[in-house]
Design a protein around this ligand. Structure first.
Ligand SMILES: Nc1ncnc2c1ncn2[C@@H]1O[C@H](COP(=O)(O)OP(=O)(O)OP(=O)(O)O)[C@@H](O)[C@H]1O
Ligand SMILES: [Mg+2]
Length: 535
C-alpha cells in the first residue's frame, strides 16, 4: 500500500477518491421487492426459461388447476386443451374444464396476484401447492405479448357466466381487471382460461403432446380432448369411471415440525391451553400424548400457548421427538393403485409383460407419502436403447430436470443386472422397457417452484428403491422364463434339423430298409414333440 502511494506521488497521478456508500445512502435504496417483480426477473424458477418450456408450463399450470378443482368438487374431469398458432413464436392456449367454476369476486386475485390460492395452507394431496402457478403463466403471457389472461367461469346452471380479462401489476403484485362482463356461455359449470404467449411448439420428447399423453396415463378417470396447433385432434377417453379415492386433509405431524413453525402455531392456535392446542393442531396427538410431551418439556398443561417464551417453546420443541407418536394417518393419500396403473400402461404401451407396485405409505419430515412403480417390457419398444423413464408427482408428469430428481437417482442406483437387464455403470438400463414412478404426497418436496424434480430425502429414495426392486423381481421371473423358452426353442430347432440325418445314419449302421429308416425318424420326432408338450 505504502509503495503504491509513493509511486503515485512520484508520477503525480493522484488516485481519484471513490465515493463509498454509507448506511444512510444505502438506506435510501433499500425497499420492498414484490414477489411478482422477483419472479419476472427469475422466470426460469417457474419454468419459463425458454419458449418451448413456456408453452408446456402454461398448459401444465392450467391443467393441474382444472384437475384439482374437478376432484375437489367430486366431478369426473372432462378437459379441453387447445393450442392456436397466432404468428411466429406466438400461440394462444385455452384450457377448459367442467369443474365447479370460480366465484366472481375471486377471479381477479387468482389470476392477477402471485402467491394467492387455496392449497398452500393445507396438507392435502393436490397437484397445486404454492399459489403461484396460473398467475405466473398469465404474467409471462402479458410480459411477452401484452395480452391479459381471459377467463370464462360459471359456478352453476342457475348462475350467470362471466368473462374477465386480468393482468398482474408486477410492481404491486395486484390484479388489473380490464374486462368483467356477463356473457352467454353454453356450459353448466366450469372454467376456461385463455393465455396468449410467446412460445414454440415442438413434437417429440418433453413436448406438450407427450405431457398430455402422460397426464392421461396418470389420470385414468379424466377424459381429455386435445387440439394441437397442427394435425388431428386427439381424444383420451377415461379408462376408469370412478374418481380417485378422495385424499383427506391432515394436520401437521409433530415429528415434522420445525421450531419456527411451532412458535408460529402456538401464537396462532385456537387452543386455550397448551394441552388442547397440541391436541387440536397436530395429527396423532391425543390427550395422553400431549401430557407426555408437556411433562417432558417441564411445562404446565394449563399454560397459555400464546404466552410461552422462547425458552419454553424450545423446550417444547425438544420434547417432541422424545415421546412416541403414531405415524401420520394415511387416508390423506390417494395413489393411482396397482390395478389402474397396470391397466393404464397396458392400454397405452403394447407389451409382452407389465406389472405395477404400490408401496405402503411412509413419512418424510412428518409428511406422509406413497410410492408407485409400473414396468412395461417388450412389445414394440426398442431393445437396444436406454429404458424410458416417466416421473410423476401427485399424478402430474415431470419432464425437466431429470438428473436432479430423486426418482431418476433411484432408478439409476438400482442394480438392474440382478433382474436380467443390461446396464452400464451410472446409466439407465438398456432394455425394451418403460418405467413409471409416481410419488403421491400431501407435500411433494420439489427442488424449485417450477415443480420439475423431487428432492432427495433418504426416506423417499429408499421407498422408490424398494418399489423398483419388487417390480424388478417380477420382471426377472418373466425375463428368465422367456430366455429359457428361447433357449429351448433354439435347441429344439437344432435337434429337429439333425433328426433326419441321425435317423439315416442309425438306419445305415443297423442295416434298416428305407421304410424302417423313415419310421425311425418319425418316431424320434414324436418323442421330441411329446417331451415338449410335457414341458
Ligand atoms: N380451473 C379452476 N377451477 C377452480 N378453481 C381454480 C381453477 N384454477 C385455479 N383455481 C383456484 O385458484 C387458486 C390459485 O391457482 P394457482 O395455480 O395460482 O395456485 P395453486 O394451484 O394453489 O398452486 P400452484 O402454484 O402450485 O399451482 C387455486 O388454489 C384454486 O383455488
Ligand atoms: Mg395451480
Amino acid at each position: 500500500m505504502a509503495a503504491t502511494r509513493k509511486t503515485a506521488k512520484k508520477t503525480g497521478t493522484k488516485k481519484k477518491a471513490r465515493s463509498r456508500e454509507d448506511a444512510t445512502s444505502m438506506a435510501a435504496r433499500q425497499r420492498d421487492i414484490s414477489v411478482s417483480e422477483f419472479f419476472t426477473k427469475n422466470r426460469h424458477l417457474l419454468g419459463f426459461d425458454n419458449p418451448q418450456k413456456a408453452l408446456l408450463t402454461t398448459i401444465k399450470e392450467a391443467v393441474d388447476n382444472s384437475l384439482d378443482a374437478c376432484e375437489e368438487a367430486g366431478i369426473l374431469p372432462e378437459l379441453m386443451i387447445e393450442i392456436m398458432e397466432m404468428g411466429p413464436e406466438r400461440y394462444r392456449v385455452a384450457i377448459q374444464d367442467n369443474g365447479p367454476g370460480i366465484v366472481k369476486a375471486q377471479v381477479p386475485k387468482i389470476f392477477g396476484k402471485l402467491l394467492y390460492g387455496s392449497k398452500f395452507h393445507r396438507l392435502k394431496q393436490q397437484r397445486g401447492q404454492q399459489g403461484i402457478g396460473i398467475s405466473a403463466a398469465g404474467m409471462y403471457g402479458m410480459l411477452t405479448t401484452g395480452k391479459p389472461v381471459r377467463i370464462f367461469s360459471r359456478t352453476g346452471k342457475r348462475k350467470q357466466a362471466h368473462q374477465f380479462e386480468v393482468a398482474v401489476d408486477t410492481k404491486k403484485n395486484a390484479p388489473v381487471v380490464s374486462k368483467d362482463d356477463v356473457v352467454e356461455w353454453p356450459v353448466d359449470h366450469g372454467t376456461r382460461v385463455e393465455i396468449e404467449l410467446e412460445a414454440t411448439y415442438k413434437k417429440g420428447r418433453r413436448s406438450v403432446d407427450d405431457y398430455i399423453e402422460q397426464t392421461a396415463l396418470a389420470n385414468p378417470h379424466a377424459t381429455i380432448f386435445y387440439y394441437p396447433p397442427k394435425g388431428e385432434a386427439v381424444q383420451y377417453p377415461r379408462v376408469s369411471p370412478e374418481l380417485p379415492k378422495e385424499a383427506l386433509e391432515i394436520k401437521p405431524h409433530p415429528y415434522g415440525v420445525e421450531l419456527g413453525i411451532l412458535m408460529r402455531m402456538m401464537k396462532e392456535t385456537q387452543g386455550k391451553h397448551l394441552r388442547s392446542a397440541l391436541q387440536q393442531d397436530f395429527s396423532r396427538v391425543s390427550g395422553a400424548v400431549a401430557d407426555r410431551i408437556i411433562e417432558e418439556a417441564k411445562l404446565s398443561p394449563k399454560a397459555r400457548p400464546k404466552s410461552l417464551n422462547a425458552n419454553q417453546l424450545e423446550a417444547l420443541f425438544k420434547a417432541i421427538p422424545k415421546v412416541k407418536v403414531l405415524a401420520p394417518p394415511t387416508a390423506c393419500l390417494s395413489p393411482i393403485g396397482e390395478e389402474l396403473l397396470a391397466r393404464g400402461l397396458d392400454t397405452r404401451i403394447p407389451s409382452d409383460f407389465f406389472t405395477a407396485v404400490t408401496r405402503p405409505p411412509a413419512v418424510y419430515r412428518g409428511n406422509p407419502f406413497q410410492i408407485e412403480v409400473g414396468l412395461v417390457y417388450g412389445g414394440e419398444q426398442p431393445a437396444d436403447e436406454l429404458v424410458t423413464l416417466y416421473r410423476f408427482a401427485n399424478r402430474v408428469p415431470l419432464q425437466y430436470q431429470q438428473s436432479a430428481c430423486a426418482i431418476s437417482k433411484s432408478v439409476l442406483g438400482t442394480d438392474w443386472k440382478k433382474y436380467g437387464l443390461q446396464q452400464s455403470r451410472g446409466a439407465l438400463p438398456t432394455a425394451p422397457m418403460s418405467v413409471v414412478v409416481h410419488i403421491a404426497s400431501v407435500w411433494v418436496p420439489f427442488t424449485s417452484e417450477s415443480k420439475e424434480a423431487v428432492a432427495s430425502y433418504p426416506e423417499i429414495i429408499k421407498e422408490i428403491r424398494l418399489a423398483l426392486q419388487e417390480a424388478g423381481r417380477r420382471l426377472a421371473t418373466f425375463v428368465r422364463k422367456r430366455r429359457r423358452e428361447a433357449d429351448e426353442l433354439k435347441k429344439r430347432a437344432y435337434i429337429e434339423r439333425y433328426i433326419p440325418h441321425i435317423g439315416d445314419a442309425l438306419g445305415d449302421i443297423l442295416g434298416f430298409s428305407e421304410r424302417k429308416k423313415a419310421n425311425t425318424v418319425s418316431n424320434l420326432k414324436t418323442i421330441l414333440e411329446r417331451s415338449r408338450k410335457m414341458g
